[in-house]
Design a protein around this ligand. Structure first.
Ligand SMILES: [Zn+2]
Ligand SMILES: [Zn+2]
Length: 470
């Protein structure tokens, strides 16, 4: 069975709400231009998914409306046909949004007939692969949607996700479920809606090492429904000072870090489904899994992996929370000082990417890519000092890796639950553990062609993947 959902940035959601639910009480309509993320195989359900990403909202103008009152709306479709041409050229899909200011919070039989007609129009013009998404806003505040795949078939959206600053997962007719009894104390702090949100979320953790392992522990204990863990490495003796759950036997047996993560989360018995990928995230086998996520934590320490996640956030509207920890031992006034900086950065439209924040170095990312693709050439250049090579092993202390993971989890709670208040989002935060103060560094004054380029936010599937060459 194919399932479907839609992701919309908060600015587009607000525009739709203002345009469609006006004080005049009449029905209104808008066109939505959508990018597509087609997933052949979801890592948990094994099924195909169609994820629509709203790129633009174009209200139906008063002169296009032929008649409208509080119970119906009809409008001329010449602009729809024009938009179909534009959509075909840009690889996007044209959908519609309309309102039922006086209810009902469901599509009417007239909606079914009208929309089927638009699907016929779209598929005659752009071919049978043309999809027509449709969203309905009711006066009671409900938002539901579906995507038409042919004039006689549609798939209801299992969820509508909103991103950019605050995150929400809107599910149709959410039934109050009794949560796991182990999570009742969390309900007392964060409310039952938060627990339900966690239960429905697909969260990816890229890197199951120093910062990834405490993060995975916390996600499991917060009742996250679906967890995908990506890491190509095996447990080593030198990891045991910070890898939660890992044992001496795991290091001796070269057990994969993702298998330790799965074992530890499943042992909790809180119902989290775990999918594991023991590969670098850039390989095609990881692609469907990455695209299936609602949120990704970047706990990797390579520049190329970070560069990929940084793009993914903007192309697919999947927020990425990137973590970094830098420990440096230095001498000051004859005294040995440990400089310990923990960083948490949220990547999504509206916030700067890791390149603009100078956290990812594209030159280092290119060298890492070379090392993977052509190890001999990499070694040759290293011997000739054309590439940097790896430095000494990085210092690591479990208290600091765990603190950074906790900072990242708290940012996630804020985005879904707003415990710091509605303006408490922090896109980039550095904690100086030696100073007990938080810093909020900015980004490059001239933002790049990914994070500042509205044209690619939500564009979804393109060739090459994420517009990355090589
Ligand atoms: Zn309607
Ligand atoms: Zn950027």
């Amino acid at each position: 069975m194919t399932t479907s959902d839609m992701t919309i940035q908060e600015k587009h959601l607000r525009l739709l709400q203002t345009e469609l639910l006006r004080p005049d009480g009449a029905e209104h309509a808008a066109y939505i231009l959508c990018g597509l993320s087609r997933i052949e195989r979801d890592p948990f359900s094994g099924e195909e998914r169609i994820r629509l990403l709203v790129k633009d909202v174009l209200p139906v103008e008063p002169e296009e409306i032929t008649s409208a009152d509080e119970r119906h709306i009809s409008w001329r479709t010449d602009r729809f046909v024009k938009l179909l041409g534009q959509a075909e050229r840009t690889g996007l899909y044209v959908g519609i949004a309309h309102s039922h200011p006086c209810g009902p919070s469901k599509f009417s039989s007239q909606d079914d007939l009208n929309e089927a007609e638009l699907v016929r129009l779209a598929q005659n013009r752009n071919g049978n692969a043309a999809l027509v998404p449709s969203v309905l806003f009711s006066g009671e505040g409900a938002i539901i949607g579906r995507v038409w795949t042919s004039p006689n078939r549609f798939i209801d959206f299992g969820a509508i996700r909103t991103v950019s600053s605050a995150w929400n997962i809107i599910r149709p007719a959410e039934t109050e479920q009794t949560g796991h009894p182990a999570l009742s104390r969390q309900v007392l702090a964060l409310g039952s809606v938060f627990n339900q949100t966690m239960k429905g979320l697909r969260i990816g953790v890229v890197g199951a090492g120093g910062t990834g392992s405490p993060l995975i522990q916390q996600l499991g204990r917060m009742g996250v429904g679906y967890l995908a863990v990506f890491d190509p490495d095996t447990v080593e003796e030198s990891n045991l000072n910070r890898l939660y759950g890992a044992t001496h036997a795991d290091a001796r047996d070269n057990r994969r870090k993702v298998d330790v993560a799965r074992r530890e989360v499943e042992r909790m018995g809180l119902g989290t489904q775990v999918a594991t990928f023991d590969a670098w995230i850039g390989v095609p086998e990881c692609r469907d899994a990455l695209k299936s996520m609602d949120l990704i934590f970047g706990c990797t320490d390579d520049h190329d992996g970070r560069a990929l996640l940084s793009r993914l956030a903007y192309y697919y509207l999947i927020p990425v929370i990137d973590l970094g920890l830098a420990l440096r031992v230095s001498e000051r006034h004859g005294e040995n000082i440990l400089e310990a900086d923990g960083r948490v950065t949220v990547l999504e439209p509206g916030a700067s990417c890791l390149v603009c924040r100078r956290i990812v170095n594209p030159a280092v990312a290119a060298e890492e890519a070379l090392k993977r693709a052509d190890p001999e050439e990499y070694e040759r250049r290293k011997s000739e000092a054309y590439v940097r090579g790896e430095g000494n092993p990085a210092p690591a202390v479990v208290s600091f890796t765990t603190s950074v993971a906790t900072m990242a989890i708290e940012e996630m709670i804020q985005r879904f639950q707003r415990f710091r208040g509605s303006s408490g989002m922090i896109a980039n935060r550095v904690r100086k553990f030696g100073q007990v103060e938080d810093f909020r560094p900015g980004a490059a004054a001239e933002p790049c062609r990914v994070c500042a380029n509205d044209r690619i936010h939500g564009v979804g599937d393109v060739t090459p993947f994420l517009g990355r060459i090589g």
